[in-house]
Design a protein around this ligand. Sequence first.
Ligand code: ADP
Ligand code: MG
Length: 267
Amino acid sequence: MAELQFQDITKLYGDRAAVTNINLTVPAGSFTVLIGPSGCGKTTLLEIAAGLIHPTGGQVLLGGRRLTRPGPETAIVFQHHNLFEWMTVRDNVAFGLRAQGVKRAARRSRANKLLADVGLVEHANKLPRELSGGMRQRVAIARALVMNPQVLLLDEPFSSLDYQTRRVMQRYLLAMWHHAQATITMVTHDLDEALMLADQVVLISGSPGRMIEVIPIAIDRPRSPEDPRLKDIRSHLRHHLEREAVLDEFTAAEIAALDREGVTADL
Ligand code: ADP
Ligand code: MG
């Protein structure tokens, strides 16, 4: 595990800012959740942290060292499982090890170990299309963790799954995180998911993405959605998200005018 630091990150696409001046520290071994309206730059931030795209300004530090390109120290899982459809589940998980020159028997045993963590050992010889959506995402996470990354980046990994499956996946993810001892940064749209998982929730506002607030959640896991300690945090987050959704419909100039009139304080 290693600390991930976003230092004054700005990303422009053409002359449009996707995110501006993001300063965020994700402590080593912690679980950080990014939450904000669609288009606020969450995926952009993860891609920058993965070294897949370069920020226009600022830098990302991993364990104090500047991160400039993709490498085995970071792994990313997207919403739509990017599995190799022609490979078995086990070969999917072992794929990265092969590129690193790990011998076949060692690849197999490491892949089996990860598949055991996600309850999929008996499915190791199947093809991805034979699995449910939740199983496929477990394979994707196992495949990301096989390289022992310092940082695991998850971009709405469960958002295409139904509510019940998501809850189960969250439990698997906590177990995998525990074993892997990785630093996790995850994007979700699901408020309860953020509350169940995060050590800190980072609120990002829309267009361009700016950091609003970092909310720590110092409650042991596993957590219950009914935990009374989560109540205030939930209503705070919901208020923000609802406000953002409303404000999305206005232009920046209109919002500035509303702000001057003190109207947005009530939204
Ligand atoms: P989120 O994941 O929060 O929905 P994204 O990071 O995908 O947001 O996108 C942030 C903003 O940057 C959006 O306005 C999006 O349209 C824009 N954007 C993302 N990728 C590109 C790209 N490759 N080229 C141009 N604009 C992009
Ligand atoms: Mg996104």
